[in-house]
Design a protein around this ligand. Structure first.
Ligand SMILES: Cc1cc2nc3c(=O)[nH]c(=O)nc-3n(C[C@H](O)[C@H](O)[C@H](O)COP(=O)(O)O)c2cc1C
Length: 210
């Protein structure tokens, strides 16, 4: 089996982290860079990630995540929150960033701007929420694979109350709404799940080959 697939077999949604083990700053920065480099619709990256190492804050958040132990036993908690202000101003800043990064005049990006204006900016609030949330999950997928490559454990999590998280982290004032979490750290020897066989559909039932 190639190394990439071996890593994917090694990874599992860790339920019990070893609270003594901390992910190094170097590894954490690599994982954050993997998130930053993730693909997104038009490249708009309509989300932010709150990186929480602070033990006190994680204790505060834990009850709002059904007391799941990963919140406090992991080394770091990432809260993925989508932007609720995907508007003309957001688009203008995006085009400015394209222009500066690629050292090209803004006019070069007029076609891209028009496409976004005629699609994403016409979405209803609900459609924007669904669209923005989808982008988050691409980043989480990337994060899980990158972490497996570094032999860092993760648990993606939707088991939490987003409204309570938003209140505790004061996300509304920043035009953000939490949508998913990922905890990062190292598995405890006691987590029996690490030995469990992966349960997946067969290739025959998952893929239609034409
Ligand atoms: C979007 C999403 C939300 C999840 N939420 C939780 C969660 O709140 N708590 C938890 O322990 N696991 C959670 N999981 C982990 C899944 O249960 C796990 O990925 C799945 O059972 C497959 O097992 P594996 O990842 O260990 O291979 C979540 C996974 C995903 C992708």
């Amino acid at each position: 089996m190639n190394e990439y697939l071996e890593n994917l077999h090694w990874r599992y949604a860790t339920k019990k982290f070893n609270p003594e083990l901390e992910v190094s700053d170097e590894h954490l920065e690599t994982l954050l860079e993997a998130i930053r480099l993730s693909a997104s619709s038009y490249g708009l990256q309509p989300y932010e990630v709150i990186v929480i190492k602070d033990a006190e804050m994680r204790e505060k958040l834990k009850p709002a995540a059904f007391d799941q132990p990963q919140i406090t036993d992991s080394s770091c908690l990432l809260v993925f929150a989508y932007r609720t202000d995907i508007d003309q101003n957001y688009l203008d800043e995006f085009i400015e960033n394209n222009s500066q990064t690629r050292n090209q005049p803004k006019e070069d990006f007029q076609g891209l701007k028009d496409m976004i204006q005629n699609s994403v900016l016409t979405f209803s609030e609900h459609e924007k929420e669904v669209w923005a949330s989808r982008q988050v999950y691409i980043a989480i997928g990337n994060l899980l694979s990158a972490a497996a490559d570094l032999k860092v454990d993760t648990c993606p999590m939707e088991g939490f109350n987003p409204e309570e998280f938003d209140n505790i982290l004061d996300l509304k004032s920043k035009n953000l709404k939490s949508v998913a979490l990922t905890t990062i750290g190292y598995r405890s020897d006691e987590d029996q799940l690490q030995n469990a066989k992966k349960v997946r559909k067969s290739k025959e039932s998952l893929f239609t080959r034409i």
